[in-house]
Design a binder for this molecule. Sequence first.
Ligand SMILES: O=C[C@H](O)[C@H](O)[C@H](O)COP(=O)(O)O
Length: 233
Amino acid sequence: MTTLQDLDQLKQAAALKAVDYVKDGMVIGLGTGSTAKHMVIALGEKVKAGMTLRGVPTSQETAALARQSGITLIDTENRWDIDVAIDGADQVDPAFNLIKGGGGALLKEKIVAASARQFIVLVDHTKRVPALGGTFPLPIEVVPFGWGSTAREIERLTKSRVVLRERQGNPFRTEAGNLIVDAHIDRIDRPEELESALNLIPGVVETGLFVGRTDILIVGTPQGVDVQYAPRR
Ligand SMILES: O=C[C@H](O)[C@H](O)[C@H](O)COP(=O)(O)O
């Protein structure tokens, strides 16, 4: 049986491999979550060893960890030029499409991934799935105004149960002040089409589908770290 501690070690192994792709002087998009945390700490070690790096954090949590680790952060409300973004994911399909947003950070994560020259994704082996959906609901960030109608439109489109995310009995708020609804979709066969259709619903800010964005997938497995380059697109 794989324990949570074992999985954390596999995430850390993937993160340590990812920092091999980071070179002196780069601007790094810093993802969010328990896997990305290992990467930020590892980058901090590189900085302590003399490397010059600057980071673009995808959450306040990551920003705090990056500062503690000695990584200089760039002004996120100015123009940026990101060399490589490194982040975790909740699910990965065979074409390296992702579901992200389990922690609610999907909006900034997608903006950063979209603008980076290279996007490296870190997962443990349990997150690889034959098709997205099923075991992990799709997070969708929506504006609070009329969120119930937005959720109903999402239900109509996806023919799935759509649930408002809560934290400690209250609606979960993203850093942008929005809500998250989780769509329990059995199987997402055409993620690109679904992403486009969801983005056309008024009130949808962004979805946790990351389609065709992954350049390098680094998987921590009990047999070692597996590095795979995205299929050509
Ligand atoms: O909103 C959270 C992010 O998309 C995370 O990168 C994703 O949920 C994976 O998180 P973890 O590495 O903690 O499993």
